[in-house]
Design a protein around this ligand. Structure first.
Ligand code: TXA
Ligand code: MG
Length: 329
């Protein structure tokens, strides 16, 4: 099989209605979608991704009405939804019966978000029901931020990839648990912890501190190693001032790619790359996954990438890099 990449919502609907998962664009990363009520299509998502069955899926809805069909909506949830949806914020709430067990991995909670992408929204509207969608990559591979990247990773097992161009944010959504009325950040993302705290005027717990207090939550962050390029990835402080120790010198200097967050104040060499030519973190985030995938194909022996400042979306960049890196030196 070789997936067709196209821009026809009708074609996407055709495959979904005949029980086949389809890759759809969102503002974060591409998703591999199935209708909420089609358990056999949802099973195919797990099989095609080679995803373990204990890792639950996100339900994608148009807005609060569909949210109420699948989850118990607390006042805090409603407040967040009104401000941040549609957008890259996923809420973990108590589920309702209608949600198939396969979606929640048998848990009593469900993760829900409302995507911004107009093509994705048109598919939900036409089908008249929510869609479940994990990122459209094989298990532990990089999340795709373009239709071409979906095709490279999963084109051999899919029928159709709906092309919505490159993803605006390029990092998976922020996941916030609202269980027990105690907001906990399960996955940092495009909506930052600072933004959430400012808006709610309350402290947001981090996943790690929450784990110690409560029993472990099944969540993405619990896979310490989530995805990584095949080329050994070294995650370091500032590249420009980095002085490798004797043990690392030859690896750092020979046939290696060096990735800056922002442009250095000098001309780049052929082995040097910049995540944000304009010098802002948002742009760096949007380019991160496509850069790693691109460099992985160029035959370097190692990739060296620098840390982002740990604020705003920089936290999400560092979260993904800390899990992608083979070495922190
Ligand atoms: O931006 C996104 O969120 C993208 C696009 C396609 O919407 N989706 C995405 O899905 O990143 P996925 O499956 O790659 O990551 C969702 C993560 C999973 O790793 C899962 O552990 C977590 O969300 N999750 C799902 N349901 C959960 C729940 N009830 N409690 C805690 N975590 C949950
Ligand atoms: Mg994923």
């Amino acid at each position: 099989m070789s997936a067709i990449i196209g821009t026809s919502v009708q074609e996407a609907i055709h495959w979904l209605a005949s029980g086949q998962p389809v890759a759809l664009p969102t503002e974060t990363v591409y998703g591999l979608a199935a209708p909420l009520d089609d358990v056999s299509c949802i099973k195919k998502i797990y099989a095609l991704k080679q995803r373990p069955a204990n890792n639950p899926l996100i339900v994608h809805v148009l807005g609060i009405e569909q949210l109420q069909q699948v989850a118990e909506v607390s006042p805090l949830a409603e407040k967040l939804v009104q401000h941040f949806w549609p957008g890259p914020l996923t809420l973990v709430l108590k589920r309702k019966e209608i949600v198939p067990d396969i979606v929640t991995a048998g848990q009593t909670t469900v993760a829900v978000r409302s995507p911004q992408n107009p093509l994705f929204r048109e598919v939900i509207r036409t089908l008249g029901q929510p869609l479940v969608a994990p990122s459209a990559n094989k298990f532990q591979h990089i999340s795709p931020t373009s239709a071409q990247q979906v095709s490279q990773d999963m084109g051999d097992v899919l029928n159709y990839i709906l092309n919505g161009g490159p993803c605006q944010f390029g990092l998976e959504s922020t996941i916030l648990s609202l269980l027990n009325n105690s907001p906990t950040l399960l996955r940092p993302g495009p909506i930052s912890k600072e933004q959430l705290q400012d808006f709610l005027s309350m402290a947001i717990k981090d996943r790690d501190s929450a784990i110690h207090e409560d029993k472990p939550l099944l969540s993405p962050g619990l896979y310490k190693k989530h995805y990584s390029p095949k080329t050994p990835l070294y995650w370091i402080e500032k590249l420009e001032s980095y002085q490798p120790t004797e043990a690392y010198r030859s690896i750092f200097e020979q046939n290696s790619a060096h990735v800056f967050l922002m442009p250095p104040n000098r001309t780049l060499q052929a082995s040097e790359f910049v995540l944000s030519p304009q010098g802002d973190l948002q742009e760096a985030a949007a380019h991160l996954f496509s850069m790693l995938q691109h460099l992985d194909m160029l035959g370097f022996q190692s990739i060296w990438i620098e840390k982002a400042p740990n604020v705003g979306i920089g936290r999400a960049i560092n979260d993904r890099l800390s899990r992608a890196a083979h070495f922190k030196v």
